[in-house]
Design a protein around this ligand. Structure first.
Ligand SMILES: [Fe+2]
Ligand SMILES: [Fe+2]
Length: 166
């Protein structure tokens, strides 16, 4: 199995997009289905953001200083998503703001993932090369085993908070 970091992150994006579709296809008053989809979204985003924040972004920033601005922008975009995720995790699906908040989260994350896939990943692939991407992917698979799955777990928000508030 390939451990290419970009392949791994793209696969996670696919899972995240699938969970977004689950939410979107649930009916207006299907609170149980919406709640379940949002639980899944929160879990996937918490893991994915953690792996990018803790491993991918710092390593790429170090090795490719020319993409530093992209990394800083990404930390800010993760931060916006974190805020919404934390609020959603504390909300009931029948709250009148639940679906609206989820929709805004989805719009933000889709924009961010599109940018990573279309603009950032190609630059990183070009700049880092195959071997480094394999090593990075292996490090992410290892970290995935103990990664936080809920925003309330230790370490879930650390790097974004550091990057934004430092
Ligand atoms: Fe990201
Ligand atoms: Fe991503």
């Amino acid at each position: 199995m390939s451990t290419d970091a970009i392949v791994l992150l793209k696969n996670e994006h696919k899972e995240i997009r699938k969970a977004f579709r689950e939410f979107e296809k649930a009916g207006e008053a299907a609170f149980a289905a919406k709640g379940k989809a949002v639980d899944r979204i929160i879990e996937l985003l918490t893991i994915h953001t953690y792996l990018e924040n803790e491993i991918m972004y710092p390593r790429v920033r170090e090795l490719l200083p020319q993409v530093e601005d992209d990394v800083l922008e990404s930390y800010e975009e993760h931060h916006v998503a974190d805020v919404l995720v934390v609020e959603l995790a504390a909300m009931k699906p029948d709250d009148e703001r639940f679906a609206a908040k989820t929709t805004v989260l989805i719009e933000n994350v889709v924009h961010h993932m599109d940018e990573e896939e279309q603009d950032w990943f190609p630059k990183v692939r070009e700049g880092l090369g195959r071997k480094t991407l394999q090593d990075l992917g292996a490090a992410m698979l290892e970290a995935r085993r103990t990664a936080p799955r809920r925003p309330s777990q230790p370490g879930a928000l650390k790097k974004t908070v550091d990057a934004v508030l430092a």
